[in-house]
Design a protein around this ligand. Structure first.
Ligand code: SAH
Length: 355
C-alpha cells in the first residue's frame, strides 16, 4: 500500500477530501506522511530554512526572546518553547546565544511541540546536552510564562480553499478522475467564517482558511496573556490571504501538489491577519508584521556578521556573506518572510518589532 493507493481508497469510500484533509494525509499520515517519514531540511533535502542557513538567525531570535524575558522581570520558572522545531538547530542556537544571560538558563524549561517521530530523534541529538520535554499539542504547555518561537511552522498547517461564487463559496477538493487524483469543486454554500471576505473579493477569487492554526495559537496566546511571555512567529505570507498559495516542493524545485503525495513538502502562505484575529480573541497583543530583513537588521545582524567575518577567510567567509544576504535581502528571504510578535497587553513587543 502506498499513500496514493490509501488516498484513492479513502476517496472511493468517503468521497472527495478537502484540501486541508489532503494536506494532513500527505504531511502527517503515520506511515507515509512527508514529515513523519523523513528529515526534509537542508541542502540534501527538499527545502532549507533560515536557521539552517546561518547560526546568526537563531542567535538573534534568542537574544530578542531573552531581552523580552528580562523586560518582564525575568520570571522563574518559565517555558522556552518552539512549534515545529525541524532539526533542533534554531533551539540549539537560541540556547547557545543566551548562555551568558544571567539566570535565563537556570529558569527555563524547554518544550518542543513536534508531530514527526523522525524529526524528534534529530532534535534529541541536536539538543543532547539539555533537558527537553516533547509535547504533542500546544494545549500541553505548562501554565507559566511562555517564551516561544515558531519558524516555518504555520505554513505547514493544512488549509481549506474556497472559490467565491456569487454570495457563496465553493470548496476546492481532491477527488478522482480516470483513477487519478484531481481537483474539483463542491456546490457553493454560505461560509460564516468568510463573511468578512465578501468585502474584498469578487467572483472566482480563491481564499484560504487554516482551521488548525487558531487552536494552537490560542493556547500560546492565553498563556502569554495570563502568565506573561512573548512569541515570535516567522513565516512567509502576508496580511490577508488572496489566491491559491498551495505549493509543493521537492529537491528544492516546485512540483505538482497532486503528484507523488507524501514525497513532496506542501505549504501555503500564512495569513497573518487571521493570526492576529485569534490573538486578539485570546486577549493577547500583537506587533506590526515586519519583514524578516528589517527585523534582523534591527537586531544587529550586520554587526554580528562582521564580528564572525573577522575570524573567517576564503570559502567560509563567502558562505557567511551569502547567508547574510539570503536572510535579509528583499529579493531573497528579507521581504517574503514576515515576523510577528505576541506579548501581554500594556507591554512592549519583543526587540526588533513595533506596535
Ligand atoms: N522550524 C524549523 C522547521 C520548519 S519545517 C526550521 O525553521 O528549520 C516544519 C516543522 O513543523 C517540522 O518540524 C514538522 O515536523 C513540524 N510540524 C508540521 N506540522 C506539525 C503539527 N501539526 N504539529 C507539530 N509539528 C508539526
Amino acid at each position: 500500500m502506498s499513500l496514493v493507493e490509501h488516498l484513492k481508497t479513502r476517496i472511493t469510500n468517503d468521497g472527495p477530501l478537502s484540501v486541508a484533509d489532503y494536506m494532513t494525509e500527505c504531511l502527517l499520515h503515520p506511515k507515509f506522511g512527508y514529515y513523519t517519514t523523513r528529515d526534509p531540511l537542508g541542502a540534501q533535502g527538499d527545502f532549507i530554512t533560515a536557521p539552517e542557513i546561518s547560526q546568526m538567525f537563531g542567535e538573534l531570535i534568542g537574544l530578542s526572546l531573552a531581552q523580552a524575558w528580562m523586560d518582564q522581570a525575568s520570571p522563574d520558572p518559565f517555558t522556552l518553547a518552539e512549534l515545529g522545531p525541524g532539526r533542533g538547530t534554531l533551539m540549539a542556537d537560541i540556547l547557545r546565544a543566551t548562555r551568558s544571560v544571567p539566570g535565563f538558563h537556570a529558569a527555563l524549561e524547554i518544550c518542543l511541540i513536534e508531530a514527526s517521530p523522525t524529526l524528534r530523534n534529530v532534535q534529541k541529538q541536536a539538543l543532547s546536552e539539555y533537558e527537553v520535554t516533547w509535547l504533542d499539542h500546544a494545549a500541553d504547555l505548562p501554565q507559566q510564562p511562555l517564551y516561544l518561537v515558531a519558524n516555518e511552522f504555520f505554513d505547514a498547517l493544512p488549509v481549506r480553499q474556497f472559490i467565491r461564487q456569487g454570495e457563496g463559496w465553493a470548496e476546492k477538493h481532491v477527488g478522482l478522475q480516470d483513477d487519478m487524483l484531481s481537483f474539483g469543486l463542491t456546490e457553493p454554500t454560505a461560509q460564516p467564517a468568510l463573511e468578512h471576505r465578501l468585502e474584498d473579493t469578487k467572483d472566482g477569487d480563491l481564499v484560504e482558511i487554516c482551521t488548525t492554526a487558531p487552536p494552537v495559537l490560542t493556547e500560546v496566546c492565553t498563556r502569554i496573556a495570563t502568565h506573561g511571555g512573548a512569541a515570535l512567529v516567522i513565516d512567509y505570507g502576508d496580511w490577508r490571504s488572496l489566491g491559491d498559495t498551495l505549493q509543493a516542493l521537492r529537491a528544492h524545485a516546485p512540483t505538482d501538489p497532486l503528484q507523488d503525495p507524501g514525497a513532496a513538502d506542501l505549504t501555503t502562505h500564512v495569513d497573518f491577519e487571521a493570526l492576529t484575529i485569534t490573538a486578539a480573541a485570546a486577549n493577547c497583543a500583537f506587533s506590526r508584521i515586519t519583514p524578516q530583513g528589517i527585523f534582523l537588521e534591527r537586531l544587529g545582524i550586520t554587526n554580528r556578521a562582521q564580528s564572525l567575518a573577522a575570524s573567517l577567510s576564503g570559502d567560509a567567509l563567502e558562505t557567511l556573506i551569502a547567508a547574510h544576504r539570503r536572510l535579509t535581502h528583499p529579493q531573497e528571504m528579507g521581504t517574503l518572510f514576515k515576523v510577528m510578535g505576541l506579548f501581554p497587553k500594556a507591554l512592549t513587543p519583543p526587540p526588533g518589532l513595533e506596535i
